[in-house]
Design a protein around this ligand. Sequence first.
Ligand SMILES: [Zn+2]
Length: 324
Amino acid sequence: MTSTEAAPSPSARSGAPTGDVIVAVDVGATKMAVGLVTMQGELVDRDKFTVDHDLHADTLFAMLTDLIESQVERARGHHRLRPVAVGVGSAGPITPNTEMVSPLNIHAWRNFPLRERLATATSLPVYGDLDAKALALAEGWLGAAQGRQSFLAMVVSTGVGGGIVLNGQLLDGAAGNAGHVGHIIVEPNGRRCVCGARGCLEAEASGTAIEAITGRPPTEPTYEIMQRTGRLVGRAVASVCNLLDLDLVVVGGSVALGFGATFFNSAQEALDEHTKLAFSRGARITPVRLGDRGPLIGAGAVAVRGIHRARRASAAQRAVDASE
Ligand SMILES: [Zn+2]
């Protein structure tokens, strides 16, 4: 089950590669996507498949590498671009740089050594991070938080995730999992969460939770459920704004975007109600601007960041060597 979306490439006519491109990989709970992202953040090609939850770890990985190979071929052939790195945005939890990934909703992958397997499969450097952190990089780079030094970016979809940029830096935390806004408690005696706790935002407001609570898919919401979901998200992010001195929250994901204005108005109301400190009052919650391109552009941004870090590290090493 794949679909291809190809933007015409101005450089596709002839000859040698005309630029570098990142092979961007989005590992999600319901689908995996692979695309080509230029160093300027333009998504020039993409393809995806639906995750079959009955597959074994290696079979699932083989489906992913098939898709990567076909995008690498399109990069070289159709687009005349040179793949220089793989960027990964993965559902969590993960260990730093996606060395090990254990996406809560992909049971086949537990401590799956994603970075190493991708590096072996592609012979390219691989840089990875959490999907929601990748989205934060994308929205800060080219989206609704462009030019902002501090903000929260989050996804309300099958699950709920987030990434925090503070003073221009994407927060990592001790193990790289900073920003798990989905596990802020919004209902003290609420539903049991997949993480084991009760009343997490994810257990009350994710697509999975909405379906379990209402018996209807989140694509067929009632007005009440759209309002409730917005209110709970607003309540959760108010705590984040108060904690971290933030005044902007950008939200993507199929549930939030699908619920539209009803969701965002309810979220803003709850946010207003719970941000009364001088610095957090007036915090805004707004939709992502990159739409469904965000996750892949974010995976691309992770690789661009990784390439820059690697260059800085080798320049610093050369300086040390020269001074010895
Ligand atoms: Zn939880």
